[in-house]
Design a protein around this ligand. Structure first.
Ligand SMILES: *Cc1c(COP(=O)(O)O)cnc(C)c1O
Length: 343
């Protein structure tokens, strides 16, 4: 199987499995797991924040950020197709009792003017704006990179209005590698940032939430309330440390493979690549084949390739550590055959 459904499907490397086996552990709820602490300190330092917290998932990290930054009845400004709005089961309203205010973006990026106009002034009728979220890279925009200038403008206007910014950086390392800047350069335009270890970085579990010390102290309590206080979590933090320190450097391969896949697909009659491929996500409009996205994904599966549906007429393919350049060439040739057989 060539699994292109997501970059979450990667299996831990041998080195990660060995690290898990040998990890020094303790009860992390008591603050006694040295491996977890090392992971948190390493993440904080890489991200240029005072402290960090190891959380179970990207969703948990994002939601804890909302819970810490906001109070019930506030409003969170975020992009219309952002993960927090689109894929987190309305957790922001179910857990933090906040309302979402979505801004349509262009390739995932919100116009700073629109963000500023969405901020609510003091009025008895209005919710207060409690938080602004930026997603980098932007998943539904096809792994699009949010440029530093855009983040800087939004962060500056947020600060001017005393509103914190949270970066959903599930794939922040992809942006960092593609732009050739350290992750801290991206994370600095925020009061908090969440990164996933379990996506392109290949760890089996976990995310990190980073911010200042006071923020992380409150985040730690929210994590406990949500049932995310983990005990000898060093066994999952150890592979996470390898993901964080050794895996970012190879993300460029995923980006090369995604470009190769997009180039191959765009030469096939009936298919068109809808996103400008900047990182590891390729979104293909398959409607020219006469099939719908479910039929197309089924045809792929029959040929040993797994992809995901991504809305009407759209299929998403994500390159990852477990997919080689040869696999990409093979996937392109199968795409070709599927499109040819149907038309
Ligand atoms: C995957 C993803 C998340 C959530 O991560 P989980 O670990 O699956 O909960 C958050 N934001 C973005 C942009 C993602 O792609």
């Amino acid at each position: 199987m060539i699994d292109l459904r997501s970059d979450t499907v990667t299996k831990p490397t041998e080195e990660m499995r060995m690290a898990a086996y040998k990890a020094e552990v303790g009860d992390d709820v008591y603050g006694e797991d040295p491996t977890v602490r090392k992971l948190e300190e390493t993440a904080a330092s890489l991200l240029g924040k005072e402290d960090a917290l190891f959380v179970t998932s990207g969703t948990q990290g994002n939601q804890i950020a909302i819970l810490v930054h906001c109070t019930p009845g506030q409003e969170v400004i975020l992009e219309e197709e952002s993960h927090i709005f689109y894929y987190e089961s309305a957790a922001a309203s179910a857990l933090a009792s906040v309302q979402t205010r979505t801004i349509p973006g262009i390739r995932g990026r919100m116009d700073p003017g629109k963000v500023e106009r969405a901020i609510r002034g003091e009025d008895i009728h209005y919710p207060e704006t409690g938080l602004i979220c930026i997603e980098n890279t932007h998943n539904r925009a096809g792994g699009a990179i949010i440029p530093l200038t855009n983040m800087n403008e939004i962060h500056t206007l947020a600060n001017k209005n005393n509103i914190p910014v949270h970066i959903d950086g599930a794939r922040l390392f992809n942006a960092s590698i593609a732009l050739g800047v350290p992750v801290s350069e991206l994370a600095k335009y925020s009061e908090s940032v969440q990164i996933c270890l379990s996506k392109g970085l290949g760890a089996p579990v976990g995310s990190l939430l980073a911010g200042n010390k006071a923020f992380i102290r409150r985040a730690r309590k929210w994590r406990k309330r949500l049932g995310g206080g983990m005990r000898q979590a060093g066994v999952i933090a150890a592979p996470g440390l390898i993901a964080l320190t050794k895996m970012p450097g190879r993300l460029g391969e995923d980006h090369e493979n995604a470009k190769r896949l997009a180039e191959g697909a765009s030469n096939i009659q009936g298919l068109s690549v809808v996103n400008k491929v900047e990182t590891n996500i390729v979104v293909i409009d398959i409607s020219g084949t006469g099939m719908d996205e479910y039929q197309f994904v089924e045809r792929l599966k029959e040929r040993g390739i797994l992809g995901g549906t991504f809305g009407e007429g759209l299929v998403r393919l994500v390159t990852n550590y477990d997919v080689s350049r040869d696999d990409i060439d093979s996937a392109v040739s199968h795409l070709h055959k599927i499109a040819r057989d149907e038309s």
